[in-house]
Design a protein around this ligand. Sequence first.
Ligand SMILES: C[S@@+](CC[C@H](N)C(=O)[O-])C[C@H]1O[C@@H](n2cnc3c(N)ncnc32)[C@H](O)[C@@H]1O
Ligand code: SF4
Length: 453
Amino acid sequence: MRDFGVYVHIPFCASRCDYCAFATWTDRDELMEAYVEACRTELARARTDERMAPASSVFFGGGTPSRLPPDLLAAILEAVPRRTGAEVTVECNPEDAAADRFASWREAGVTRVSFGVQSMVPHVLAGLGRRHDPASVATAVSLAGEAGFDSVNVDLIFGGAGETDGDWRGTLESALALEPAPPHVSAYALTVEPGTPLALDPARHPDEDTLAGRYEEADRILTGAGYRWYEVSNWARPGHECRHNRLYWDQGDYRGIGCAAHSHRAGRRWWNLRTPERYIAAVTAGHPTMAAEELLTDDQRRFEGLALALRTADGIPEESLPDLPELEGLVERRAGRAVLTVRGRLLANEVTTRLDPTALLRTVPVEVTDDLLLATPPVPLDLLARNGKLGIVVHVDEGTQGPDDDGDRIVGNGRPVTGDEEGQALLDGPTRLLLDHHDVEVVPQLAPVGEHL
Ligand SMILES: C[S@@+](CC[C@H](N)C(=O)[O-])C[C@H]1O[C@@H](n2cnc3c(N)ncnc32)[C@H](O)[C@@H]1O
Ligand code: SF4
């Protein structure tokens, strides 16, 4: 079964960091209970109205989820249908770490803690406006270990005002020396988000060369310590990659719960009302919580799929990136894949502009049968599905009842089958055709989307 994620947004913080543009508030803690109740209601509706699948991963992000009283966090989690062995992550600010809180999380089913560490150097933390110190990070990580969390992440930021190369190295080394050592590290270049106080203060903006040097240092130190990069900003020890984030990078389906939360299902994206008050009011009144939606075209989806995959260590099919002189040193080509080098990762956005999303379609051998263009997959289906966006053509033998409009659908991709006996849909993973009268496995025949039917 294909992975499916649930993201729960918790929009409460103790104070506002001046670089942060996330949907979060520091003056609305009194809404916590009503907010949690609204999230439970939204989940219940998604289960019935959208037949929401059991989650393979749940991610509580913020804001500061660790500020929620543990029984409220457990109440939300209890309302999320989950598969056995689901990954459940909670973002935690180090100052919120406590043995009883972690014990409650464990009991509720949380499997992973992601600490917002940012830096291990006091003056850098102060410059970022953080409320914790390096000692509280050590305490927090140790308490998480004692509580039995063996999957722990630390988020780091490089490029803060006043940070030197030595400070950044110190942060990385201290983070790796934490006990127990966190098996996952995210290292983000400080981004100047429009509308934040940081944006109005150019003296504190990091310069590109500094960020490049710090990124290379991060990769060197983390790789040397046995961590493997698997996405531009993420390194993990084998087996500790974040299943939930992988889903985003694989263009998987996920349901966002809570204010400002984003959802995606097979090329349709939508997001909820931004403020907690409006969100709670909408849920209470039985109104939709959606603020807006967008439908991606096949071309947009294909392009985004490649752009996301390019940022991962799996890379993309090499045909999708022309062999241009300006890409020299930025991309490595091996075993049919194009993968970013360390320098390329720094310039991932630049490389993305050179993608050729239709190249793979052109390279799939195609034969014409009965007016349809049929392709035999030359590469594994999941790869085609993820990066090539081929279509599935459902053939039904004469005399057999085919898909109709009474709720028949292809599972594993978003396009409903309409019409009589043949359907076409984007293929984005293992695919089954669900007929209302029975449930059959379909061996898909592949054809480039848009070139038939
Ligand atoms: C939305 S925050 C929530 C976690 C938690 N409240 C915290 O701040 O530690 C998730 C992560 O995003 C990263 N982040 C937030 N704003 C950023 C920015 N402007 N530039 C780079 N990273 C940022 C931080 O590393 C942070 O840990
Ligand atoms: S960075 Fe984290 S703690 Fe700071 S305001 Fe944003 S969500 Fe809150």
